[in-house]
Each structure stands twice: as structure tokens, then as C-alpha cells.
Write a protein that binds this ligand. Structure first.
Ligand code: NAP
Length: 214
């Protein structure tokens, strides 16, 4: 075990759901390593959380849709001398449209980001968690991974892989004390709206319509 303190790694922490994870964990006193491509946004989030909650927050800019990105992130994490007790695999995006009309490379990025990078990172970080008999992994999948979704074929297929991988791993790891949680959100802006009626997230037209009616 390293001497550098206990950290949670959150991918896709520069905005959206990942930023909410970061805030919720920081509020519990958890030190964080935040990963996404946008260095400036990560610095902003990190600064705000340090100031508000007094935790250590390290931003780490990396494109996780690149070949071997999960291995590269694990390599960079190893140089930080931190105990990684929680891994939140949240980074993702949904390219929608006809499979044959969407750019192939962009669709392959979804497989890399949602699946290959998650598998690589999990494989690299798990041995230390298992050795310590302590730790957890949260995989942010999607309700779209529970069925085939036409016009989001690659998105739903990549999330389906993630859901199945994550749920199988949970069972394999039961004897080790390492926990795996699979999150399958629908439209989280709608959920936020139900907790904060003043929220006006433009990505959630259904919620906004419902609020206008109420
Ligand atoms: N929004 C929903 O209602 C919903 C529903 C079901 C599932 N989900 C899942 O929940 C997760 C978060 O969704 P969200 O709505 O919060 O998304 P979002 O607001 O678009 O944020 C995505 C995050 O992922 C990062 N990211 C994207 N591509 C990346 C890459 N190549 N390398 C590293 N980081 C990357 C982004 O940062 P940078 O751009 O700075 O890299 C950002 O921090 C995703 O896995 C998504 O599939 C969301």
C-alpha cells in the first residue's frame, strides 16, 4: 500500500454526472483524481472542490477514447503514489443516428471509451484492491444497454457489454470484499429536476415540459 492517502478516480469528471459524483464524494471527505480531456474544466472543478471541502483533488487530462488509454491512465496513476480505493468509470458519450451513416471512427471510439478502456483500467487497478481486501468500482452504463436500440446501435451495444462485464465481475469479486456497482441511468436530468425544480437543464426537454405544466 502506498503512503500517499486514499483516492477515488472519476473519469468524465469535467461536467455532467461525473462532476456530480466528484462533488458527492468530496462532500464525504474523499480525495479525488479527476480525469477527462479538458484540462481547464478539470482545474475549475478541482479548485472549487478543494476550496469547499478541503480535500485533495488532482486533475488529470487524458483522451480515454485512444488506443491503450486505460493502460496509460493506470501507468500515470501509479506514478502518483496514491491508494486508489474507488474507480468510477463514467466517461462516455452517445452518438445517435443510422449506423451506416455515422462515421465509423466516431462509433469505434464508443467501444474504446465505454468498454476497452474500462476493461484495461479495471484489470490494472483490481490487483491492489484485491490484495488490500478493500475497494470498489462503479461502472456508469445506461438503460440503453438493457436492450437493442435502433439509431443508437453502437451506443446500446457498447453499454450492453459494460453492463454484462460489470455484473459478472461483481459476482466473481464477492469473496474479495471488492464491490462492483453497475449504474444504468435513464435521463438523469429528469431525476435532478425532481430534486431541484429550478434546474433548467436544456438537455431534458421532457422534464422542462413537465415543469411548465406543473
Ligand atoms: N445524461 C444521461 O441522462 C445519461 C443517461 C444514461 C447514461 N449516461 C451515461 O452517463 C455517463 C455520463 O454522462 P453525462 O450525461 O454526464 O455526459 P456529459 O455531460 O457529456 O459528460 C461526459 C464526460 O465524459 C468526458 N469524456 C467524454 N469523452 C471523453 C474521452 N474521449 N476521454 C476522456 N473523457 C471523456 C467529458 O469530458 P471532456 O469532454 O472534457 O473529455 C465529460 O466529463 C456516460 O457514460 C453516459 O453514457 C448518461
Amino acid at each position: 500500500m502506498s503512503s500517499g492517502g486514499s483516492y477515488a478516480v472519476i473519469t468524465g469528471a469535467s461536467r455532467g454526472l461525473g462532476k456530480y459524483f466528484a462533488r458527492a464524494l468530496a462532500a464525504r471527505g474523499q480525495n479525488l483524481i479527476l480525469v477527462a480531456r479538458s484540462q481547464d474544466k478539470l482545474e475549475q472543478v478541482a479548485g472549487a472542490l478543494r476550496e469547499q471541502f478541503g480535500v485533495s483533488v488532482k486533475p488529470l487530462a487524458l483522451d480515454l477514447a485512444r488506443h491503450s488509454a486505460g493502460k496509460e491512465l493506470a501507468r500515470q496513476l501509479a506514478t502518483l503514489d496514491c491508494n486508489i480505493e474507488l474507480l468510477v468509470n463514467n466517461a462516455g458519450f452517445g452518438e445517435r443516428g443510422e449506423f451506416i451513416k455515422l462515421p465509423l471512427d466516431r462509433q469505434l471510439e464508443m467501444i474504446q471509451l465505454h468498454d476497452t478502456t474500462v476493461v484495461e483500467l479495471t484489470y490494472e487497478l483490481l490487483p491492489e484492491m484485491i490484495k488490500n481486501r478493500r475497494g470498489g468500482i462503479i461502472n456508469v452504463s445506461s438503460i440503453a444497454g438493457l436492450q437493442p436500440v435502433p439509431y443508437a446501435a453502437l451506443y446500446s451495444a457498447s453499454k450492453s457489454f459494460l453492463t454484462n462485464f460489470s455484473m459478472a465481475l461483481r459476482e466473481e469479486l464477492r469473496p474479495t470484499q471488492v464491490k462492483v456497482v453497475t449504474v444504468c441511468p435513464h435521463d438523469y436530468a429528469l431525476i435532478l429536476k425532481s430534486h431541484n425544480p429550478k434546474s433548467n437543464d436544456k438537455r431534458c426537454p421532457v422534464a422542462n415540459r413537465l415543469m411548465k405544466k406543473s
